[in-house]
Design a protein. Structure first.
Length: 632
């Protein structure tokens, strides 16, 4: 859905300039050929079945065996959905994804990818994208269906059926994405196509391609129906596959998030100690160690209250994560917004854009039995936003530490930027569906909006009590032309990353990286804990194993693996015909990051011949298989 904002257009232009200036390492252009192209810097190629291409068209019908995706609407996504196995993607493994209504998936982000759609690769969020046919689709109209299916071993399929374009009744599209872990291939198949992807200005806005987790490496097959030789059509098959450049190395450590996996603002009680958490990711290919992670905290007056550095001494494998939780703790002594900055400092880091993140700690003066306002904005509206569709709007989520619950919600307040004529606002209070997404509507009311400024909707008689998870406050304009909602867009302050948008379905707000929605709640909370230890549930609870290094190798190679908890571990090497060659690990191993070396010998101590081998990790009911090459 296209926004009715001049500012949005300006931001889009700025984004395109930023892309042109920061696309170092990405593929600059796609060869003008009919059936193949690439590689990108890592080694991905593509081939289609046009012009003599050899990719067979093998549509996988999952309409009777797959799971239909519920909750897709205009400009939103659903997830995370587990793949059921580890899929090798670029130099790291992925095991879950978000399915976007606009015809894409992301392996790592629930950020919204929406009109007007950037080129890919592009360093702006979301990254880790596969875009089989990405345009301004709207699964809330007509009779569309989106399905996914996994054999939980090596294959995953997502299919979009008869999904229409927003605003056009004569534009329907059917296509699918197939992941095959056996050869790391990604295949797009295209069914019946009706119409193009015209926006309200009559311009084609779409993209087909793929990109990595940092958005600096990837392949773009089609952009806005150009080149014409790559135009999508019925019975088209397009495959991407890797032939990794053995000399390719990426040294890149950065901050993934602060406080929680989504970098969402933390609500905390004034006068209670808090623990600072920073999730660091090795975005590169090589194990990294001996780098610094620096945290700085400033109080609402701008005074630095914490400045601490932790040096990471245990190696983090390529693609791996690690929570840093040994920073100096502190106790907020005043209400308001504390700014938390976290950054990494690695010698030789190749991508500086992901080295730092900023997060918000919102200190609230909770007292037993005393209602207080809980908000993320600074009280000063900087802009207004609305959508070009009726019954659309925005929301915020409010998540408190378990030690503070239950929470009683008394009212919802929102700020109106501008009102052009009287119109209704529908205000909802929702609970958590158990996955961190909006669940059921606990209470609802409709109020008339006829002027700009703050409005309060009283829900005290509804007796809303949140005992676990989040509370959501949503404000929806019944008629698109009546009013716009206020946004806080201070350039220096952090953003809460807690905003939502509603355009027929709820999704993480596409602008949550640049603005805070000015919706807040009044609530009563009784904090019961004097300290806020790290919640183990936010730790990545998965077994992982990295690509061996070096690869190809001679005479030996190293394999890193991580365990979230102590486990019985078995790592074995097999040849191409499935015969076991060597047992590398068969023992109980403590949690953490570990390494094992293979010297190219079998269990008898004899040197094996050169060629391709597979290594398999089994731990905690997880099995991961990777391939390596011995050269002599």
């Amino acid at each position: 859905m296209k926004k009715l904002l001049v500012l949005f257009v300006a931001l889009a232009l700025i984004s395109s300039v930023s892309y042109a200036a920061s696309n170092k390492g990405a593929v600059g252009s796609i060869p003008v050929t009919f059936d193949n192209g690439g590689p990108d810097d890592f080694g991905y190629y593509w081939e289609d079945n046009d012009g003599g291409g050899t990719v067979p068209f093998e549509w996988v019908d999952i309409t009777t065996i797959g799971t239909e995706v519920e909750g897709l609407g205009d400009d939103n996504n659903v997830g995370p959905i587990p793949l059921g196995f580890n899929f090798p993607y670029y130099w790291y493994d992925v095991n879950r994804l978000w399915i976007g209504s606009n015809g894409y998936i992301s392996f790592s982000s629930n950020a919204n990818f929406a009109h007007p759609f950037s080129n890919i690769p592009y360093r702006g969020m979301p990254n880790d994208l596969l875009c089989p046919l990405t345009g301004d689709l709207d699964p809330s109209r007509g009779d569309p269906h989106v399905y996914y299916w996994s054999n939980n071993t090596d294959s995953f399929v997502v299919s979009w059926h008869d999904v229409g374009e927003f605003g056009y009744i004569d534009s329907l599209h059917t296509f699918q994405l197939v992941l095959d872990a056996n050869d790391s291939s990604i295949t797009f198949y295209y069914g019946e196509q009706q119409g193009n992807f015209l926006d309200s200005n009559g311009e084609n806005k779409n993209v087909i391609g793929m990109e990595n987790v940092t958005g600096n490496v990837g392949l773009q097959y089609l952009r806005d129906n150009t080149p014409s030789s790559h135009m999508f059509h019925e019975d088209l098959a397009l495959r991407f596959w890797p032939e990794p450049d053995t000399s390719f190395e990426a040294h890149d450590v950065g901050v993934w998030s602060i406080f929680n996996e989504n970098n969402g603002a933390k609500i905390h009680a004034v006068g209670y100690e808090t623990v600072l958490l920073c999730l660091v990711k090795n975005y590169g290919t090589e194990p990294e160690t001996d780098f610094d992670v620096i945290v700085t905290v400033k109080d609402p007056d701008g005074t630095t209250v914490v400045e601490d550095t932790v040096t990471v001494t245990e190696p983090i494998p390529g693609g791996g994560f690690q929570w840093i939780d040994t920073f100096e703790s502190f106790t907020p002594d005043m209400a308001g917004e504390y700014r938390v900055d976290c950054k990494t400092r690695l010698s030789g880091d190749e991508v500086r854009s992901n080295d730092a993140k900023r997060a918000e700690l919102r200190a609230v003066p909770f007292q037993d039995g005393m209602p207080v306002d809980v908000r993320y904005d600074d009280g000063q509206a900087d802009n207004g936003r609305s959508w070009n569709g009726d019954f659309s709007g925005f929301g915020n989520e409010f998540e408190l530490p378990d030690e503070y619950l239950p929470m009683q919600v008394h009212n919802v307040q929102f700020d109106v930027w501008a009102a052009t004529m009287p119109g209704n606002a529908h205000v909802w209070v929702m609970d958590d569906d158990g996955t961190g997404n909006p669940g059921e509507i606990l209470a609802a009311d409709t109020v008339n909006v006829n002027t700009a400024g703050q409005m309060t909707v009283d829900f005290s008689s509804a007796n809303i009590t949140i005992t676990e998870g989040k509370a959501f406050a949503i404000v929806i304009a019944e008629n698109q032309s009546t009013f716009s909602q206020s946004m806080d867009e201070s350039a220096t302050a952090p953003f809460s990353y807690r905003g939502w948008e509603y355009t027929g379905g709820l999704a993480a707000d596409r602008d949550r990286e640049t603005s805070d929605v000015m919706i807040w709640i009044n609530a009563t909370v009784s904090p019961t804990s004097v300290d806020d230890p790290k919640d183990d549930e936010i730790l990545p609870a998965q077994v992982s194993i990295s690509q061996n290094y070096p690869n190809p190798f001679n005479p030996s190679t190293t394999i890193d693996y991580t365990l979230p908890s102590a486990s019985k571990v078995n790592i074995e090497v097999f040849n191409l015909v499935g015969q076991k060659v060597k047992t590398l690990v068969d023992a109980n191993v403590q949690s953490g990051v570990h390494s094992v070396t293979w010297d190219g010998t079998n269990d008898n101590g004899s040197k094996v011949s050169s060629g391709v081998y597979f290594y398999r990790l089994s731990a905690d009911d997880e099995t991961i298989v990777k391939r390596m090459t011995l050269m002599k």
